[in-house]
Design a binder for this molecule. Sequence first.
Ligand SMILES: *[C@@H]1O[C@H](CO)[C@@H](O)[C@H](O)[C@H]1NC(C)=O
Ligand SMILES: *[C@@H]1O[C@H](CO)[C@@H](O)[C@H](O)[C@H]1NC(C)=O
Ligand SMILES: *[C@@H]1O[C@H](CO)[C@@H](O)[C@H](O)[C@H]1NC(C)=O
Length: 554
Amino acid sequence: MQYLHFFSCISMLLLCSGMCRALACEVNDANKGIAITIEVSKSGEGQFETIQSAIDSIPPSNSQWTRIRISPGIYKEKVTIPQDKPCIFLEGAGTKLTSVEWDAHADTASSTTFASNAEDIIVKGITFKNTYNRPYDLSMASDSVSLKQAVAVGVLGDRTVFYNCSFLGVQDTLWDAYGRHFFQNCYIQGGVDFIFGNGQSIYENCVLRYSFGDYATSYNYGYLTANGRGSADDPSGFVFRRCRVIGKGTAYLGRAWNAFSRVIFVDSFLSDVVAPEGWWAWNHVGHEAFDCEVTYGNNKVAGSIYISKSGRGNFKTIQSAIDSIPPWNSQWIHIRISPGIYREKVIIPQEKTCVFLEGFGRKSTSIEWDDHEDTAASPTFTSIADNIIVKGITFKNTYNRPMDVMDVNKDNLTQAVAARILGDKSVFYHCAFMGVQDTLWDDHGRHYFHKCHIQGGVDFIFGNGQSIYEKSIIKYSIGDYGLNRSYGYITAHGRASADDPSGFVFNRCAVIGLGKAYLGRAWNTFSRVIFTNSWLSDVVEPEGWWAWNNVGHE
Ligand SMILES: *[C@@H]1O[C@H](CO)[C@@H](O)[C@H](O)[C@H]1NC(C)=O
Ligand SMILES: *[C@@H]1O[C@H](CO)[C@@H](O)[C@H](O)[C@H]1NC(C)=O
Ligand SMILES: *[C@@H]1O[C@H](CO)[C@@H](O)[C@H](O)[C@H]1NC(C)=O
C-alpha cells in the first residue's frame, strides 16, 4: 500500500537495504499491512458510534497498525488522538461523505476540532471543520471584526500523513504545529494564517483556497501561511509542491510569525489572489535577508561577463572570469561561457558568492581535466562558495578514460573527481558530470540537481551533501567498456550520525547502463540515500544496497 510504504521509508534511520527494517509500527502482511480494523458508524452498524470512543478503545502504546474506518456522516464531536496512541490509520469514506465538525474558539490550542498528538498517524478521506467563524458573512456585516482563532486540525505528532482530506476554517484552520508531516491531495481553506505553526511539512498536489473574497469583507489582505521557525538551525518549514492557490480577493503567501519563518512554493499555480509582493515580514520588516541581491529590470542580474575561447568575450578562460569578481560579492553575477572544450581546472573560492555560471548546453560547453594524484586534488571543477547556480555545462575528469585501454583483469581504476561541491545552496541545471570513479563529490551543503546526467562506475555520487536530484539520468558506465568487474556502486553516502541532516534523494530519476551496480554502499554508519518515483533498470542489483563496512548493522 502506497501510504504504508511511504511510512516505512520515512521512519528508516539506518541504511535501508531493500526492505526497510526499522518500522515504527508493526505491519500484518497477510492483511495489507493493517493488523486491526475498527468500524465507526453513526447509525449504530459499527462497533462504535463516535470516533473518539473508537480511539479510546485502542490500548496505550499500541504498536500495530490499527485502522478506524468511519462510515459516511457528519460527526459532531471534538476528536483527540492522545500522545500514547500511535500507529492509527483513520479512514473516512471521502471528504464529501465523512466530516468531523466542532466550533470551539476559547483559545487557539484548545479550539481544535481534531487534535493529533501521537506519532505515526495516517488520515485519509475526511473533512475537518471548525464552524465557529462561519457563516462569516454575518459576523462581518458591520465591519466590527469578530474573527477568532478557531482551529480545525492541530497536528502535534511526528510522522503524520494526510491523504485526500479537507480542512475548513477561517482563522488558523490548520495548525501544523510540530513534527514531520506529509499532506497529499488535500484542500485547505481560510482567510488568516490558515496554515500555521512549526511543522516540518510537505504539501503536495493540494489546493489552498483563500476564502475572504467570498464574504465581501473590507479586509484588504489575508495570509495563507504563518510559519513559526525561530532560529537558523530549526529544521521546520512548509514546502508546497504542485499546489494551487485560488480564491477571491488578495492574500499574501505568508507572514513571518517568527524571525526565521520558512515557507517555499515550488512548481505551483498561484492565481491572481496572491499579492504581487508575495510575502509580508510582519514584525520583522527591515530584517528580510537576501543572500544575493537581485536587480529588477536587468534580467535580475547585476553584472554580466562573457567568456569565449576565440577572444571575442571579456575573458578566454573560466578561471580568469571568476578571479575578476570582487570578493564577498553580494549581487548576482552572470558568467556566460560560449561553446567549446575548456581545458582547465576551475575553482570558485569561498568568497566568490552569488555566481551564475551558464554554458551553451552540456553538449556544447565542456570543462575537462585529468588529475588523479589524490581525491581532494583531483577535481576538474571545485565549488566552495555559497549561492552558486550552474546551467548547461559538462564537467569531466578524463583520467580513467578511455577505459578500454585498461587491463580487464587488473582493476587499476583510481579516484578522479569531475566536480566537487562544498558550498551551501548550490544548484545545477542541465549539467553533465563524466568520470569513472568518484565522478561527483557532493561533499557538503544543500544542493539541487535538475535534469543532469551523471556517469561513472564506482561511488560516482559520493559525499556528505544534503541534496535532491530530480529528473536526472544516472548512468552506470562500466559495462560500456566490456570490463569484467562484478559490481559497481552508484552512491557512497557519508552520513556519520543520527542527527546529521545530510542525505541524497533521487526523485523522478532513471538509473541506466550495462552490467550490475548497487544503488549504493554505506560509506558511513548512517548513510542515507532514497530513490523515489524513479525508474531502475536491470542494471540495479536486486539486493539494492551493500552495507560495506557496516554489514550486520543495517
Ligand atoms: C486520493 O484521491 C485520488 C483521486 O480520487 C486517488 O487517485 C488516490 O488514490 C487517493 N489517495 C489515496 C491515498 O487513497
Ligand atoms: C591500466 O593498466 C593497463 C595495463 O597495465 C595499462 O595499459 C593502462 O594504461 C592502465 N590504465 C590506467 C588508467 O592507469
Ligand atoms: C567474468 O569473470 C567471471 C569470474 O571471474 C567469469 O566467470 C566470467 O566468465 C567472466 N566474464 C567475461 C565476459 O569475461
